[in-house]
Design a protein around this ligand. Structure first.
Ligand SMILES: Cc1ncc(COP(=O)(O)O)c(C=O)c1O
Length: 399
């Protein structure tokens, strides 16, 4: 895969260049793997809900028609349902640079964060200060505030510049508003130097950034599978814990799927070895089947190639926005992830609706941000071109 030059519009904000870029895109054929509901649709919202993989439609149908309807209860053992959160976790591991048996796919990101922040607090005696930034995604802030509410002595500190006395840092690798990308290894090390463990939220990174959790020495991470991993609406999230911490890993939601002998009904709780001790109750098999389909496409296409195309799409979008005088909140790569580009405009709500009326789907974050999601397996350079030209046109009177 050849990276695009820094300024890919090369002074030519024209459709022919977008067509040329699509023609030479080594990932172009992967779009065929997805359901395209309307050939005229420009879908730039894969950073919120990835498109539907055709293989997922087939896999979910198979699990319903053959396993659930046919094999019924025996599927828990014979079709691998009991261990599906771990199986899918192992499929995801190389996509985020984790080692085998370090990832589990289950629950929502919110619940995963709750488990991991508690686990990080309990890693060393006396830990009590959690740091989170004011600009962090709401659920991350709410989770740490909720933990402080139920754990006497635990305090939340706002801001990440000064980590003195901080024990646990909770932060996103990619900012959900601006797509700003943190240097994961350097920031993990900075926190560690202050004596803190970092719980990374990879929701806007997994499946679009070539994250190297092992290389960064990351201890804890969680994130969504329904965005760039195309896992489907409400698809279960993932948790990662570095393997050398598994022996000491405790978490507050004790359930029978984490029990050493799950079917020894009278036994007191004795957690399983390894990442399985994060499991809780009965996992959502249909959701996991869908997540597995989306994750497998990313794994098959290759995260390195995907990340490179994301950077190219992002450079192209930032450059084109500049050409048509739209204000961008996203810095060029490598400072941003490439997963989305945010345009700032006071009429963001009206513009989002006007674009939707023209079959161009983007999303919005209050108060004035339009997010253009750049999902490398489904987004074409021509999609970016159409969207930004239309946006420039619609925004012209108030610009
Ligand atoms: C950064 C980030 N964290 C967490 C979440 C929410 O996760 P969930 O709803 O799966 O708990 C989102 C959802 O968009 C997100 O963007």
């Amino acid at each position: 895969v050849t990276p695009l030059p820094k300024s890919p519009t090369r002074g030519r904000p024209d459709r022919d260049l977008a067509l040329e870029l699509d023609a030479s895109d080594p990932l172009a054929e992967w779009r065929e793997e997805f359901v395209i509901p309307d050939p005229h649709l420009v879908y730039l919202d894969g950073n919120s809900l990835g498109m539907t993989p055709k293989r997922t439609v087939a896999a979910v149908r198979e699990v319903i028609e053959s396993q659930w309807a046919g094999d019924l209860i025996s599927s828990w053992w014979d079709n691998g349902w009991l261990d599906l959160p771990l199986t899918v976790g192992n499929q995801l591991a190389p996509v985020i640079g984790a080692r085998p048996d370090e990832v589990v796919v289950h629950e929502s990101t919110t619940v995963c964060l709750f488990q991991l922040v508690n686990a990080a607090l309990d890693l060393h005696p006396g830990r009590r200060i959690i740091a989170v930034d004011d600009t962090e995604f709401p659920t991350d802030r709410y989770v740490v505030d909720g933990i402080a509410r139920v754990r006497p002595g635990v305090e939340v500190r706002r801001g990440l510049d000064d980590l003195t006395d901080v024990d646990v840092v909770v932060r996103s690798l990619v900012d959900y508003r601006t797509a700003a990308l943190q240097p994961i290894a350097a920031e993990t090390a900075r926190a560690a130097a202050a004596g803190a463990s970092t719980v990374w939220d990879l929701s806007h990174a997994a499946g679009v950034v070539a994250v190297d959790l092992a290389g960064a020495g990351a201890e804890f991470a969680a994130g969504c599978t329904y965005k760039f991993l195309n896992g489907g609406p409400g698809a279960p999230a993932f948790s990662y814990v570095r393997s050398d911490l598994h022996d000491r890993l405790t978490q507050p939601i004790w359930g029978w799927f984490a029990q050493t002998d799950q079917f020894a009904m009278d036994a007191p709780f004795a957690p399983r070895d390894g990442i399985a001790r994060l499991l809780n109750g009965t996992p959502p098999i249909l959701g996991l089947t869908a997540a597995r389909g989306g994750i497998s496409i990313v794994a098959d296409a290759g995260i390195a190639a995907i990340a490179m195309k994301a950077e190219s799409l992002s450079s192209y979008a930032v450059d084109l926005a500049d050409h048509v005088a739209l204000t961008c909140a996203t810095a060029p790569v490598p400072t941003s992830s490439g997963g989305h580009v945010s345009i700032i405009h006071p009429d963001a709500v009206a513009l989002q609706r006007a674009l939707a009326d023209r079959k161009v789907i983007v999303d919005k974050r209050d108060p004035d941000i339009l997010r253009l999601g750049l999902s490398p397996l489904t987004t074409r350079f021509t999609d970016v071109f159409e969207c930004l030209m239309m946006l420039a046109d619609l925004a012209a009177p108030t610009r």
